[in-house]
Ligand binder design. Structure first.
Ligand code: DQA
Length: 139
């Protein structure tokens, strides 16, 4: 199975940014743990702080035989209609992920403009959220 893990804006700062919320492990640490967990599968990793680049990465996945996309869009989640439309434009199922429980945080984080076009969401389990979301693609 080919799984694509996409992280959006500010997720490159994981481990250094708000450690009380996102922990002290870096995105590289987290991606290494994901790759180890899914060692029988092909895992692709992508991070960008640019909204349009994330849209382009979603489009490109359609030509790469990707079976499932795990997307933590970061703050883009709450307002990016462009990413929402990019998800809707591809046939590959996308699972929305958040490390923190966005519903227990500030009001603006309670809205996701991408949830409606995602297969489901995994929210609030720290780095384990990515693994639970990836597992959702396995039979
Ligand atoms: C986040 C939650 C978002 O509200 C925030 O903007 C992030 C990270 C999470 O993983 O908990 O950057 O997506």
């Amino acid at each position: 199975m080919k799984l694509l893990f996409i992280n959006g804006v500010n997720l490159n700062m994981t481990g250094r940014r708000e450690p009380s919320v996102y922990g002290t492990r870096t995105l590289d640490d987290i991606n290494a743990a994901i790759a180890a967990h899914f060692r029988g599968d092909e895992c692709l990793f992508y991070q960008s702080n640019m909204e349009g680049e994330i849209c382009s990465r979603l489009h490109a996945a359609a030509d790469e035989g990707v079976d499932g996309i795990i997307l933590n869009a970061g703050a883009f989640t709450h307002y990016s209609y462009a990413i929402r439309d990019a998800i809707a434009s591809i046939k590959i199922p996308v699972v929305e992920v958040h490390m923190s429980n966005v519903h227990a945080r500030e009001e603006f984080r309670h809205t996701s403009v991408i949830s409606a076009v995602c297969k489901g969401a995994v929210i609030g389990f720290g780095e384990k959220s990515y693994i639970l979301a990836g597992e959702s693609f396995k039979s």
